[in-house]
Design a protein. Structure first.
Length: 458
């Protein structure tokens, strides 16, 4: 009886501890990783590094000098040599260590064994990045960081750089307009496409940049950001008037570059290889970012007159995509589908949009529209995005690389407040003044009726 009592006394706290650990792992994975997962995975890595590398085929035959040294000192068995391991660096989401590859190995060998390493060391995922020839960086992620997104504190921002989402390897996904001038974001309804656009606007709002919007849904997506927008078109008719103004602004900037470089005025724009960033800072015009929401609305027509207007707008968008980068004009195009069925010029415009982000889509054809021509392997990943994870997307680039990302939640009220706080940063561009959206005056709360003091009675 006493043994049973002792067992119950010991088993109660152990069960409670196990239950608490299971709860923390499900609800607070970051805290669970720091307290439990990190020490366990580190111990596994240190104790089994050599045997795991050998099982994964990542070892090589030792050199003759090493064989002679081992036999002369220990007379033990000469085992294959694994990649030389660097210092293990713990992070809030996992572990990092560098490997110096043995002669004859390549980074692809380590990347092919990433799934085996994940199971051997008890982590959520393993990612391999080449640092320099012969050296790779191994990033071990302890839990699913995309389940509840928390952006790193030291996310790299800067001029025309916006940390907009988190990658599945726990690094920030930065939208860099200087490196990738134009982007395309596709996604079905409630896929998180609007949240992605919201983060871009909020990230650019505090910067010295002109923000221009075309939102043919009567402005319901971009109108809350009106205090920070230099121009806003809320229907195809207004867009048809705004785009020629942007074309003229682009041509004026080319003339400014020509005058600065001493190029003859008749030189075609296509032959100019420089851009506004080569101009002195005091003469450099501010960059312009054009957001186009629901781009399909610009293509859809019902009459012959609308078809003519559509062709003109598409031509102007293509010109901006082809020539706008050098003039500091960048495009961010959003939509649910963007294929040849929209009409003439659709695929030509899509080809100019280098950065691609594909949220959850309704069919495989839509995923192919976004990623098929730059990262074919990412199409299948985009087709399996679950509906219960809005904001999850696949980002690809022209190098063929791709990764899963997810934008953190940002309320519309907080985004609108940021734009109101940055309203004084709206640049003075005379050509865009006719399109400046009207900002409603915020109502002032009444202080309420004055309270009369009451005499103090004893």
């Amino acid at each position: 009886m006493s043994d049973l009592t002792t067992l119950l006394e010991v088993g109660g706290p152990v069960a409670a501890l196990g239950g608490g650990a299971s709860y923390a792992r499900a609800k607070h994975p970051g805290a669970y990783w720091s307290a439990v997962g990190l020490p366990i995975s580190t111990a596994r890595l240190l104790s089994s590094y050599g045997s795991v590398m050998e099982a994964c085929g990542l070892t090589v035959t030792p050199s003759r000098l090493r064989v002679l040294a081992v036999r002369a000192t220990t007379r033990g068995e000469v085992r294959p040599v694994p990649p030389r391991r660097g210092i293990i660096r713990p992070t809030s989401t996992g572990l990092r260590l560098r490997l110096r590859l043995a002669p004859g190995q390549e980074p692809a060998d380590v990347a092919a064994s990433a799934e085996r390493l994940r199971h051997a060391w008890g982590v959520h995922a393993v990612y391999v990045t080449t640092v320099k020839p012969g050296v790779v960086d191994l990033r071990l992620v302890g839990y699913d960081v995309l389940r509840k997104v928390r952006m790193p504190r030291k996310a790299e921002g800067g001029s025309l750089r916006v940390p907009v989402a988190l990658r599945e390897d726990a690094t920030p996904f930065v939208r860099n307009y200087r490196a990738v001038p134009h982007g395309l974001s596709l996604g079905a309804t409630l896929s998180g496409k609007s949240m992605y656009l919201r983060h871009l606007v909020v990230g650019l709002a505090p910067q010295s940049v002109a923000l221009v919007g075309i939102d043919c849904k009567r402005g319901v997506e971009l109108a809350p950001f009106a205090p920070r927008l230099s121009a806003l078109a809320t229907d195809p008719e207004q867009a048809a008037e705004l785009l020629p103004v942007l074309i003229k602004e682009m041509e004026d900037r080319y003339d400014l570059i020509k005058a600065r470089q001493g190029i003859a005025p008749g030189t075609p724009d296509e032959e100019i290889t420089s851009d506004i960033w080569g101009l002195p800072e005091q003469e450099r015009p501010l960059p312009v970012v054009l957001f186009v929401d629901e781009v399909a609305e610009l293509f859809l027509v019902a009459t012959k007159k609308e078809e003519v207007r559509r062709d003109e707008m598409v031509t102007q968008l293509i010109r901006l995509a082809q020539l706008g980068r050098a003039a500091g004009i960048y495009l961010e195009v959003c939509g649910q589908r963007f294929g040849a069925e929209l009409g003439k010029g659709a695929t030509m415009l899509r080809a100019q949009l280098t950065g691609r982000v594909c949220h959850r889509v309704n069919d495989e054809a839509s995923a192919k529209m976004a990623l098929g021509d730059i990262a074919p392997e990412a199409v299948s990943a985009a087709c399996v995005i679950p509906a219960e994870r809005p904001g999850l997307a696949v980002a690809g680039d022209t190098s063929g690389g791709w990764s899963r990302i997810r934008t953190p939640y940002l309320s519309l009220a907080d985004a609108a407040e940021t734009c109101r706080d940055s309203a004084l940063l709206v640049p003075d561009l005379p050509a865009l003044k006719p399109f400046r959206p009207s900002v409603p005056v915020q109502p002032v709360e009444s202080p309420g009726p004055a309270v009369k003091p009451r005499p103090v009675t004893g």
